[in-house]
Design a protein around this ligand. Structure first.
Ligand code: ATP
Ligand code: MG
Length: 659
């Protein structure tokens, strides 16, 4: 039996790097990139030692970068000591960065607040002192359930300053999911807000915390600290509940950062739950921060003059690495946004880029695909209506970006002047792994291109043999790297089983399928769990979906397999059109067009047997398509799986109807 995945998509467009970017880039040209790769491959220990010494501020220097004695529980910089918050804030205080704007916070209603590094440092210290006064200390766990706000960044940084391990739960999660996470990490403290404001609506947060704590099993929680966002009336439990501003009141604006081992746990964060029940990924202090900072410098080519904007929520790893930690360690000015991309209209992102003169913009394919759909139906919110000339770099993260969505981002948003960086990484990897470099890598739409220096990525079969170029297999990382997941909180066995299966020689198994082309470029083909099997051909979901998305009528598509008597598996395609939902006759006509299109672009084997139209697809709250649910829907069965991270349950009903 073969586990190989066949590649059926041909993509020949190549975009060389722009000369003006190459000239000033932190990694300038492919030779500079290769030199760093060679340095890392020759002597990884020396490479990681050099980066650790040159880029982080230590209170006690480390003597060894990597300790493999307890593999696959790898330890990095374990005998050194430092503090993450000091590396993000204090390090800038005696430099010109101190009075630079750290955060440009834009509220849902458009109100803007500027916070300098010095001010942010003072606010973090006040809150940390308040937490200290309440008796909290290093090693304890705090759950943070907050809206996008300066206060959320302050809360995370204050925890890091004291060595309190934070676990951020996305504000859109229900009290039930919140409860599970509070219990799982045995939190001593919950930090929340009265309400959050998104798209002009107030959404309660504190009531969800009250409800979660009421479910029982949360006796470890001694305080709930509440940031007053809207001032609406909230229920109050005397002795347990405290206002954040009262916790801070009268506290000193300096607070000695706690000196912590490089391996001290920094945070626990649950994965998106696309392929199963979310995993509590634990990250550490030094290694995590090092790779967060290096990728800011290398991938985003961080420059003092940048205005950087990552649109993620701090509830996801992208919001940890590329909002709370990486950009601050790099001393950048960044935009933090409370609202949603479609309020007051679908031009909000472009309007904000124009007003704040954003230079580096980082968002998700799901946002791009929905904005394409909206821009094409409402010309006034099309990016061409805005002045986006400040942009120099565009990034994408979270899912494969289909080549046609990539091209739209590149031409319509970037004006064919900005590289689109398709950054492949995971909650578990902590930071970017495979990604283009803006001043070096020639780009191919749909490819995350090449691994960063020091990242030993490869594509192998189930025995660990590297597969031929052009053939798909399992994406693995053959050497440990500093920002790798340390364990699954409370479940080291699941950690070993999920990421380090015995057949794979101790390499990290990512769970994604990939192929490399003749230039060595990586193309993510989809999740291993989602591989399609038609008449003996194993296909990744990405390629068939990309062909569907390339059709002029289609905004989004997801493809899954369903058992079939003749072909083993038949393909079922779930399609969101750019236009409104078609009626029966028309739906049949469009379905036929799409089938013919796939047949022509790929071949008859990939032709979907069943096509279903919906207004949306089932997605995680981080915006990823949940194909595992679509597989159940395609079979016409009841869903019994974990749906705690599903954003839009109602959509499953709509998609259960065949055309
Ligand atoms: P779970 O692990 O619970 O199933 P998840 O894998 O969706 O959830 P995340 O860690 O948020 O949780 O997402 C990582 C995954 O997202 C990757 O394994 C990959 O499948 C996908 N991904 C992220 N970036 C890219 C990218 N640039 N190209 C292709 N896929 C990507
Ligand atoms: Mg995953």
């Amino acid at each position: 039996m073969t586990t190989e995945i066949e590649s059926v998509l041909v993509e020949n467009r190549v975009f060389p790097p722009f000369e003006n970017l190459v000239k000033h880039a932190n990694i300038s040209g492919m030779d500079a990139y290769r030199a760093l790769c060679d340095e890392a491959d020759r002597d990884p220990e020396a490479f990681w030692t050099r980066l650790g010494r040159e880029n982080l501020v230590w209170t006690k220097p480390f003597t060894r970068a990597l300790d493999e004695s307890e593999a696959p529980f790898f330890h990095w910089y374990a005998d050194g000591e430092m503090n993450v918050s000091a590396n993000c804030l204090d390090r800038h205080l005696n430099t010109p960065v101190a009075d630079k704007v750290a955060l440009i916070f834009e509220a849902d209603d458009g109100k803007v607040e500027h916070v300098t590094y010095r001010q942010l440092h003072a606010r973090v210290c006040e809150f940390a002192n308040g937490l200290k006064a309440l008796g909290y200390e290093a090693g304890q766990r705090a759950v943070i359930y907050m809206p996008m706000s300066v206060e959320a960044v302050v809360a995370m940084q204050a925890c890091a300053r004291l060595g309190i391990i934070h676990s951020v739960v996305f504000g859109g999660f229900s009290s039930k999911s919140l409860h599970e996470r509070i219990v799982d990490v045995q939190a001593v403290l919950v930090i929340t807000a009265d309400e959050q404001v998104r798209g002009g609506k107030k959404i309660p947060l504190k009531p969800a915390v009250d409800e979660a704590l009421g479910f029982g099993g949360c006796e470890t929680v001694s305080k709930v600290i509440v940031y007053r966002r809207t001032g609406s009336e909230v229920a109050w439990k005397a002795g347990r509940d405290l206002w954040m501003h009262e916790v801070c009141a009268g506290q000193a604006q300096t607070c000695e950062p706690v000196s912590l081992s490089g391996e001290h746990p920094l945070f626990i964060l649950y994965t998106s739950g696309s392929t199963g029940k979310p995993k509590g990924v634990q990250h550490s202090t030094a290694g995590y921060l090092l790779w967060s900072l290096m990728t800011m410098k290398w991938t985003f080519d961080a420059k003092d003059s940048d205005v950087y904007w990552c649109t993620a929520d701090v509830g996801w790893v992208t919001g940890h690495t590329y909002i709370t930690y990486g950009p601050l360690a790099a001393g950048l000015t960044q935009v933090v946004f409370e609202g949603v991309p479609t309020y007051p209209d679908a031009g909000r992102f472009w309007d904000m880029i124009q007003r704040h003169k954003v230079t580096v913009f980082y968002t998700a394919p799901t946002a791009i695909r929905s904005l394409i759909k909206l821009a094409e139906s409402t010309p006034t919110v099309h990016p061409r209506e805005y002045d986006l000339r400040s942009l120099r770099i565009l990034g994408s993260v979270g899912e494969p970006i289909n080549p046609e969505a990539w091209m739209w981002y590149y031409t319509q948003v970037g004006g064919e002047r900005c590289p689109v960086l398709d950054t492949w990484w995971q909650t578990e990897t902590g930071a970017h792994m495979i990604t283009p470099l803006p001043g070096a890598t020639p780009l191919k739409p749909g490819s995350c291109t090449l691994p960063l220096p020091g990242i030993a990525a490869a594509v192998v079969d189930e025995t660990g043999e590297e597969v031929e170029r052009g053939k798909g297999g399992f994406l693995v990382i053959k050497r440990p790297w500093p920002s790798m997941v340390r364990t699954i909180w409370g479940d080291p066995e699941r950690f070993k089983k999920s990421y380090f299966p015995p057949e794979l020689k101790g390499w990290y198994l990512a769970g994604d399928g990939a192929q490399r082309d003749t230039d060595g470029y990586f193309w993510i083909m989809g999740r291993i769990d989602d591989v399609l099997n038609v008449s003996g051909h194993r296909l990744g979901t990405m390629e068939v979906e990309s062909v569907l998305v390339a059709h002029e009528l289609v905004a989004e598509a997801a493809v899954v397999g369903r058992p079939d008597d003749t072909t083993g598996e038949a393909l079922v395609a779930f399609v969101v059109l750019k236009r409104s939902l078609p009626e029966r006759e028309e739906a049949m006509e469009i379905a036929k067009q799409l089938r013919d299109w796939v047949s022509k672009e790929i071949g008859p084997i990939a032709k979907p047997k069943d096509i279903r139209f919906g207004e949306n697809l089932p997605k995680t709250r981080s915006g990823k398509i949940m194909r595992r649910l679509l597989r159940v829907v395609a079979k016409g069965e009841e869903i019994t799986q974990d749906v705690s991270t599903l954003e839009n349950p109602a959509i499953l009903q709509q998609l259960s109807q065949s055309v």
